[in-house]
Design a protein around this ligand. Structure first.
Ligand code: 13P
Length: 283
């Protein structure tokens, strides 16, 4: 089965009160693990890549690999551009058959963000491709994270309503205390603000910075409009730690075997998030 538009998966989750996790998938073995785990748990899932992953493979090759692997799995999945940083990148991903695109102009002036996302919707919608926008700014909690700038700013509900109405985006990424990377201490999510945002806009909301958010906070946010949760650092961290341990132990491993061992850290992370978001069993 091929990839489906992301709004098919997230729209259903939004109506039924769970979320679909989106995992950064930077190469073939990561895609394989995510899809195999989702299939095992009968869960919808989103594979995402963007400026943090395209140094490994450009969009056209990334999509070719993803489509080839997806053909072997039945579980419903979407292929998403995460934090696209230019209109050219969006165009490349649309041409490569991504089924969802995000252009992140949250650090630009509001009117520029509105105009750019309005254009993305104009290109994507006729092709059945989902569009995610962001206002407010979701910063970084640590230095290893590639997404997000150093500063964070909460999403304003009035501006969010205006943005969604004028751009026509299908999903809105919100900043309510969530950040990319590992939090120092406990994250503090502003549930009152999330509730106001949910009341202000009709579309599903996206929680970036899933890594480190406690299960109880994720569950509470599912009641307040969050229908997609992004997870990257937790996957990258486990993979990196495994490679560093293998290196430190002085094991003279054949590279593919070292990579396979590192990929062995991924299924537990994917499984945890498929369960915490309530996606398990919904395919
Ligand atoms: P984490 O790295 O904190 O999991 O965030 C991922 C993310 O939001 C990607 O857009």
């Amino acid at each position: 089965m091929s990839f489906v538009p992301m709004s098919d998966l997230v729209g259903k989750a939004f109506r039924r009160g769970y979320a679909v996790p989106a995992f950064c998938a930077w190469n073939a073995e990561v895609m394989e693990v995510i899809l195999a785990t989702a299939e095992k748990l009968r869960a919808p899932v989103i594979l995402m890549s963007g400026p943090g992953e395209f140094p490994v493979l450009p969009p056209a090759s990334m999509a070719a690999v993803a489509y080839a692997i997806k053909a072997r799995y039945d579980t419903p999945a979407a292929l998403h551009l995460d934090h696209g940083d230019s209109m050219e990148m969006v165009d490349q991903c649309i041409a490569a058959r991504y089924t969802s695109v995000m252009l992140d102009f949250s650090a630009r002036p509001f009117e520029e963000n509105v105009e750019a996302l309005r254009q993305v919707v104009g290109k994507a919608r006729p092709k059945g491709i989902t569009v995610e926008g962001e206002i407010g700014r979701i910063g970084k909690a640590d230095e290893a994270a590639v997404e997000g700038g150093s500063a964070s700013a909460y999403t304003d509900p009035g501006q969010a309503a205006d943005y969604v109405r004028r751009t026509g985006v299908d999903l809105l990424a919100v900043s309510v205390g969530n950040k990319h990377g590992f939090y120092k201490g406990q994250p503090h999510l502003e549930f009152e603000l999330l509730s106001e945002l949910h009341a202000a806009v009709p579309v599903p909301l996206v929680m970036h910075g899933g890594t480190g958010i406690p299960e109880k906070d994720i569950r509470r946010s599912l009641e307040l409009g969050i229908a997609k949760v992004n997870v990257a650092s937790e996957l990258v961290h486990g993979f990196r730690e495994s490679l560093m341990t293998q290196w430190r132990d002085g094991r003279n491993l054949w590279t593919p075997i070292a990579l396979a061992e590192a990929a062995g850290t991924l299924p537990a992370v994917v499984e945890k998030w498929l369960r915490v978001t309530g996606a398990a069993g919904k395919a």
